[in-house]
Ligand binder design. Structure first.
Ligand SMILES: [Fe+2]
Ligand SMILES: [Fe+2]
Length: 280
């Protein structure tokens, strides 16, 4: 019987975890930070708050996977710290979001098949990690640079954890490769669209994206387009294809190869014999 992933992930992540006290908030060079940068950090801070809504969704939609739900205790803790570390940064400027208004951003995410959600979050973490690395490079102030670098490293570790859960799920049910590949394909296509799994409108129960509720989100979208070069998306695509090649045992060198894989898997699934007693 394999060891639960939570048991190993807990120790793996504990070893490399940073502390809020490591960050020299008292050394922020305020003269290097423009009003525009503060607005960016503020929107970014509110975006990180969306892990709250995502955690409710994860615990609901993954209730048949206690190992994954246990891991959520770590993911939620680390994601909520992203919100807090950005909030602490903003406090140095008296610019943190008003705590009493945070309920305005709350949303319920629609129920969705868990394999798709898992693969979307895997791709989402890989993309966010790359964005944060870019923002760390572009940050005009050293403490902000440090904060963004730490968040980037967390997001990459989360991606690895989600990948581990995908791999574990495939060991038990190889047919999950199709939803994993389909969700990854969706995440890679048209990356300019709102593709983060916890903030896109279609995922929200009332059809209103979290980001629509955040004043100034349009500016952040523009900043993403300005600060994230095309090569970042190419790097993401390469990383996703490399992992899916390993998991599928098929060499995938392009998105076209990924499309062909999904078509082949779909055809295989359609021609598979239907069990005589589906409830058995
Ligand atoms: Fe985060
Ligand atoms: Fe993350």
């Amino acid at each position: 019987m394999p060891e639960p992933l939570y048991d190993t992930l807990y120790h793996r992540l504990e070893k490399v975890r940073w502390n809020m006290s490591d960050i020299p908030f008292d050394q922020i060079d305020k003269s290097a930070v423009s009003a525009e940068t503060l607005q960016f950090v503020r929107v970014n801070c509110l975006m990180e708050l969306s892990s709250l809504y995502a955690t409710r969704m994860f615990l609901r939609d993954f209730q048949n996977n206690p190992d994954f739900c246990q891991f959520q205790s770590i993911w939620y803790f680390e994601e909520m710290r992203h919100y807090l570390v950005l909030r602490e940064y903003l406090k140095a400027f008296d610019a943190e979001p008003d705590f009493t208004t945070l309920g305005e951003y709350d949303t319920d995410l629609k129920e969705a098949p868990w394999p798709n959600t898992l693969a979307m979050h895997w791709c989402g973490e890989l993309r966010l990690g790359r964005w944060y690395l870019q923002w760390s490079k572009a940050a005009p102030e050293p403490v902000l640079k440090q904060v963004y670098k730490l968040i980037a490293e967390d997001e990459f570790r989360h991606a690895q954890a989600y990948e581990d859960f995908m791999e574990r799920a495939l060991e038990e049910d190889p047919s999950l490769l199709l939803p994993f590949a389909n969700a990854s394909k969706w995440m890679l296509v048209n990356p300019q669209g709102d593709k983060h799994p916890t903030t896109y409108g279609a995922g929200s129960a009332d059809g209103r994206a979290v980001t629509e509720r955040i004043e100034g989100y349009g500016g952040l979208q523009q900043w993403i387009q300005d600060s994230v070069p095309d090569e970042v998306e190419r790097s993401l695509e390469g990383r996703v294809l490399k992992t899916l090649s390993r998991l599928s045992g098929t060499v995938l060198q392009s998105r076209t190869d990924l499309v062909k894989l999904t078509l082949r898997l779909q055809a295989d699934a359609s021609s598979a014999p239907v069990p005589s007693n589906p409830s058995a």
